[in-house]
Design a protein around this ligand. Structure first.
Ligand code: HEC
Ligand code: HEC
Ligand code: HEC
Ligand code: HEC
Ligand code: HEC
Ligand code: HEC
Length: 445
């Protein structure tokens, strides 16, 4: 696509003038879509589909009302597989060394040994799937342990970009969704058909979608129009047309709002998505029985008074002098237990404007412990649950550390890779000996 090539050319060209490259590369993607692309709903057919079709729209302009052309039913998409189409715009071009906008995957060319994925969106960079870490449990040079790339997230199949099906899970754990059919459009409706109305309900049909509904700055739905669901996530009844069998979703997308500036290092301020409710129920569309009875979560995962007290006081392992006004940590988000978008839009921010901690009614959810796309750790957890150690003697654990304990805890990651997996926080965002973030709610250590 012209846009991507231009972007790369501009970036290469600007190597000559290093000062201008950032400005150029950063401006390109937005200026290519000054009016957005999906805007919460359906975008131009021919960008994703090979043949220009003449769709017959109903007045609602929803894909559901489109009469499919035969060539579309045969899946003539502009790419090898459905996810590769999305990645034409959503994968960062080669050489993109800064987080930017809608990029949710670092290109495989930029992931040589020692290089970490660079995109820092809330869902996490799919590039972590391409990073396997190996280390020695005995501290010699014989690697007998590993953290395989495919355990770091949802293995979307996008062969043009080097993403293959998961090697371990044939099905979604706790469910039946086939792993070799997992794509962007397993979770996101590529046609953005689901919409949120003024009364808060989510539906397939109804008033036309006037805008994205994902941001704290998105307009409210009203009598003139609806907005797209959070991140165009698919709702009840959804299943990609090409997937045979019964995998239709039963739960609608969650209520949540993101700040508009969401792909950024969290060095100074956290990126705070305001999660309202329904995320766990939505994940259960595919993970029906995962962790059943193992840990409370979702609508039944109310934070107890004691857990709220611990979260609000916790500053780091052994330190409980925090305050509820500055307690929030995006490594351990929770749901606020609300579908009130006026509340969510005030809370979502990336400039530290609201760092308040949980209150009565807040709940633990899947994304309290996991990311949605990928992370630097096994099972896509937000911190390394397997090693449990984040910072040792004031520095991120790293295989390049002088301390044997730090090397062991790093599990094959350089200190810089550990830092990146914690979204480029500095080690002093933690205490000098920081253990697992489970303690943000439990303070066990
Ligand atoms: C952002 C990319 C994108 C855009 C824009 C897009 N489509 Fe699609 N479309 C897809 C993908 C991906 C699939 C395959 C989904 C699957 O089965 O995995 C698909 C499948 C289809 C299908 C067959 C399956 C079904 O859902 O009925 C039809 C028909 C279709 N698209 C029509 C359209 C029309 C008409 C437009 C424009 C109004 C359009 N699409 C715009 C990505 C897109
Ligand atoms: C032609 C480039 C292009 C393609 C192809 C494309 N996107 Fe996008 N996408 C964008 C742009 C630009 C934005 C930000 C502006 C907007 O939302 O309209 C975006 C935003 C998004 C968002 C956030 C939207 C919101 O309202 O929160 C999601 C989710 C997304 N895309 C998913 C997909 C999926 C899934 C596919 C493939 C089926 C896809 N995109 C294909 C350009 C593209
Ligand atoms: C459309 C179905 C679908 C939805 C919705 C879905 N998942 Fe998955 N998930 C899968 C499949 C299929 C796998 C197995 C393939 C893989 O691991 O890449 C999987 C694997 C996982 C894994 C294990 C990763 C590993 O390799 O150990 C975790 C953790 C996970 N999902 C969490 C979530 C969370 C959290 C959500 C909600 C934000 C969610 N899933 C929503 C289909 C889904
Ligand atoms: C298993 C379900 C699932 C799959 C598969 C998936 N997404 Fe997402 N995506 C989500 C969820 C859930 C969020 C919201 C995460 C949050 O706010 O914490 C999200 C967020 C996003 C965003 C907004 C940025 C961010 O990180 O929050 C974009 C853009 C996006 N997805 C595009 C894609 C593309 C492109 C693909 C395929 C390459 C894809 N997604 C595959 C579930 C999924
Ligand atoms: C309190 C933290 C926490 C919450 C909340 C949580 N998980 Fe997990 N999850 C973990 C940990 C830790 C692991 C890895 C160890 C294990 O298998 O128990 C894991 C593992 C997984 C796996 C991989 C299991 C396998 O057999 O490979 C899946 C899938 C998964 N979680 C999905 C979910 C979904 C979906 C939700 C929400 C409905 C969720 N998790 C909520 C902490 C959590
Ligand atoms: C967002 C807050 C939160 C996070 C993060 C969290 N928990 Fe919990 N956990 C709770 C709540 C709330 C309960 C239920 C009330 C209680 O038992 O204190 C709970 C209960 C538990 C229980 C008792 C389960 C039962 O059924 O009695 C265990 C064990 C546990 N958590 C372990 C963990 C581990 C391990 C992690 C990290 C992987 C973790 N938790 C992360 C909030 C959290």
């Amino acid at each position: 696509m012209a846009r991507k090539q231009t972007l790369i050319l501009v970036c290469l060209f600007s190597v000559v003038s290093p000062l201008s490259w950032a400005a150029w590369c950063f401006e390109m993607p937005t200026s290519s879509f000054p009016k957005g692309f999906h805007n919460g709903g359906i975008a131009s057919c021919d960008v994703c589909h090979v043949k220009k079709v003449q769709p017959i729209f109903s007045t609602t302009s929803s894909a559901a009302a489109v009469v499919p052309g035969t060539e579309l039913q045969q899946g003539l998409l502009n790419g090898m597989d459905p996810s590769s189409i999305c990645l034409r715009c959503h994968s960062a071009p080669v050489g993109q060394r800064q987080p930017f906008g809608i990029f949710i995957a670092t290109s495989k060319e930029d992931l040589a040994a020692g290089l970490s994925p660079v995109q820092l969106t809330p869902a996490g960079d799919f590039g972590w799937l391409l990073k396997t870490f190996k280390w020695s449990s005995k501290g010699n040079n014989v690697n007998d342990e590993s953290s395989p790339g495919d355990s770091h997230g949802h293995n979307i199949v996008a062969r043009d970009y080097g993403f293959n099906p998961d090697m371990t899970n044939a099905l979604a754990p706790g469910g039946t969704y086939p792993a070799d059919r997992l794509s962007c459009s397993s979770c996101h409706d590529p046609h953005g058909t689901y919409r949120r109305s003024a009364n808060g309900s989510v539906s397939l049909n109804g008033l036309p979608i006037k805008s994205s509904g994902s941001y704290s700055t998105s307009p409210n739905p009203d009598s003139a129009g609806t907005v797209g669901t959070y991140r165009m996530l698919a709702g009840a009844g959804y299943q990609p047309a090409a997937l045979k069998g019964d995998f239709a979703f039963t739960a609608d997308p969650p209520a949540a709002l993101s700040p508009p500036d969401y792909n950024r290092a969290e060095t100074r301020f956290d990126t705070r998505v305001a999660y309202g409710s329904g995320m766990s129920e939505w994940c259960r569309n595919c993970h029906v029985t995962t962790h059943k009875d193992a840990h409370p979560m979702g609508n039944t995962g109310l934070l107890t008074t004691e857990v709220i007290r611990i979260y609000n006081g916790y500053r780091g392992s052994g330190s409980t002098t925090g305050s509820k006004d500055s307690a929030f940590n995006s490594l351990v988000p929770y749901e606020m237990g609300t579908r009130d978008y006026d509340i969510l839009s005030v809370i979502a921010n990336s400039n530290g404007s609201d760092r308040s901690g949980p209150k009565n009614g807040s709940t633990v959810m899947c994304l309290s412990c996991h990311r949605a796309h990928a992370s630097g750790w096994d099972h896509m957890t937000r911190w390394n649950v397997r090693s449990g150690m984040i910072v040792d003697q004031g520095a991120f654990v790293g295989s390049d550390s002088k301390s044997a304990m730090s090397v062991a805890a790093a599990q094959g990651r350089l200190a810089a890779e550990t830092a990146r997996a914690y979204y480029d926080r500095t080690s002093d965002a933690f205490v000098s000996k920081q253990r697992s973030m489970c303690s943000k709610c439990h303070a066990k250590d």
